[in-house]
Design a binder for this molecule. Structure first.
Ligand code: SAM
Length: 250
């Protein structure tokens, strides 16, 4: 990378926000090593033998790599101050292997996952981590099934339920702002407690650009979202911009 580009990156907004995020984490450190010591990593790796990669499935995301995924999820928990907030009711949409919910439990929260049952390996890890999961599918313009309670925090990490199909040019056909509006309203009115929050974390697009195109950024902001890096945080009340830091019981 040329020096000028490096410098550009260094002073870019993302670099500044990344620095801020790291500084905040540094104020309340969490030891991934200590957490890893409580996980039987051999048993987790053995699960891969019982649930081998599906044919045609890409072999990225080696979810048996506990060291990597605990590291990722410790940062997620720190960014939402879950390591030092009072016990919360948390719903994790597209919970995948269950690492985030496992950490939520370690930090004293009551977590529930929601995911399709398409990945057999996740079946094994969800059992391994002893986290609770409801099987279902998030569909555009369709209310989520009733889960019998409301939550302080609803999360979706590396969201992909908004991707509908790949188009001929390889790009994803994805939810429109109207689909997002329906989903956000459903979560706000049926799943969030009055002071609850919805956190959506997005992958970069294939070309490396942000999920937040100008149109989507404007849309999420019009919904009252606080956008930070690749994350959108929304409160139950669309007129109040929520905070990542959560220290008081809701
Ligand atoms: C990229 S993985 C992320 C897993 C986990 N949240 C993480 O960050 O490690 C996306 C997850 O969303 C789930 N998912 C995809 N489409 C979904 C849908 N329409 N409804 C519910 N879950 C879905 C997948 O099964 C998968 O577990």
């Amino acid at each position: 990378m040329r020096l000028s580009r490096k410098f550009q990156k260094l002073v870019s907004r993302d670099a500044a926000e990344s620095l801020w995020e790291n500084a905040c984490r540094w104020t309340h450190p969490v030891s991934s090593r200590q957490i890893l010591a409580g996980i039987d990593r051999t048993e987790l790796e053995n699960l891969r033998e019982r649930y081998p990669y599906r044919t045609n499935a890409r072999k990225i995301n080696a979810y048996e790599d506990a060291a990597y995924w605990i590291g990722v999820n410790v940062k997620r928990a720190q960014d939402l101050w879950l390591d030092r907030s009072p016990p919360l009711d948390i719903l994790d949409l597209g919970c995948g292997a269950g690492y985030f919910l496992y950490l939520c439990r370690l930090f004293g929260h009551d977590g529930l996952g929601f995911d399709t049952d398409e990945e057999p390996f996740f079946h094994g890890t969800i059992e391994f981590f002893k986290v609770r999961r409801v099987v279902g599918r998030i569909e555009p313009q369709t209310p989520l099934p009733d889960l019998g309670k409301k939550f302080d925090l609803v999360t979706g990490h590396r969201v992909c339920f908004h991707r509908l199909a790949r188009t001929e040019n390889g790009k994803w056909l994805e939810w429109t702002p109207a689909d997002w509006e329906f989903f956000i309203k459903d979560i706000r009115t049926r799943f969030l407690k009055p002071e609850g929050r919805l956190l959506l974390e997005f992958n970069r697009r294939q070309d490396g650009s942000s999920f937040f195109t100008d149109e989507l950024r404007a849309f999420f902001e019009s919904q009252g979202a606080r956008i930070f890096r690749w994350k959108a945080l929304l409160g139950a009340d669309p007129n109040r911009c929520p905070r990542f830091k959560q220290t008081q019981k809701l």
